[in-house]
Design a protein around this ligand. Sequence first.
Ligand SMILES: Cc1cc2nc3c(=O)[nH]c(=O)nc-3n(C[C@H](O)[C@H](O)[C@H](O)COP(=O)(O)O)c2cc1C
Length: 247
Amino acid sequence: MDFDLAHTEQQHVYDLLCGLVAPRPIAWITSIDPSGKIDAAPFSAYNYVGTDPPIIAIGIGDKPGPGALAKKTALNIRSAGEFVINVVNAAGADAMNLTAIDFPPEIDKLDVAKLKTEASLLVKVPRIASAPASLECREITTLQIGHNRIVLAQVVAIHIKDEFIDAAGPFVRADALHAIGRMNGLGAYIRTAGAFFDIPRLDYPAWKAIYERLDPGPANQKTLGLVMKNHARQASSPVSAARRSDP
Ligand SMILES: Cc1cc2nc3c(=O)[nH]c(=O)nc-3n(C[C@H](O)[C@H](O)[C@H](O)COP(=O)(O)O)c2cc1C
């Protein structure tokens, strides 16, 4: 099927995009309002978009309804200029889900979800104490495009629990951290525990050396798959994968 999105219902656009841009990491954001009240909410329109300097982007949609009804997180980021992204693992999934509820203002989400916070290193917004890791962020800008508020922010500090870091790198022990990801639509997630696999990265000389050694075979075909199968697989470890940078 083909979809021209200028002529596709908004709900279908959402369903198609969320089904195809998946799995997505989840930014479990803590933010602070001008009275000092802490808010928490998850956002999966999220990724890092640069490392030098370290920049992340988050898409916060307006609440449904007439006009531009900003979510609390978007308002808080604008007013405080700072926030924290807490990483969500399987252990934190239920509490994260509770913080997605649009509670009336008199209800404290952190109380409902039984979440404790801890002071951050550089920003005034605290992190979620039970989260495996947290990224402290300063807003660079918020772009308003239609009903989206797209926050671009610089990560200024990272906190990670000792059991999830290999200090030798330092490398994140993603195989122990068990981050969860969001799949399409409401309520669909993916676990990462036990789901890792490695595909060795080749540079051109390594690829060429393997390719030239390959027997062309009866069909006289040398395929990419053959090259990869003939490449000595490195130890299948997510930590070893983390050691290679992405040129
Ligand atoms: C896993 C998950 C991911 C979500 N991702 C987004 C998102 O990317 N953008 C968005 O606007 N809302 C997203 N939401 C919905 C918000 O979390 C929800 O609207 C929340 O009530 C906002 O809270 P706030 O008003 O305190 O900021 C997501 C909800 C869940 C459960």
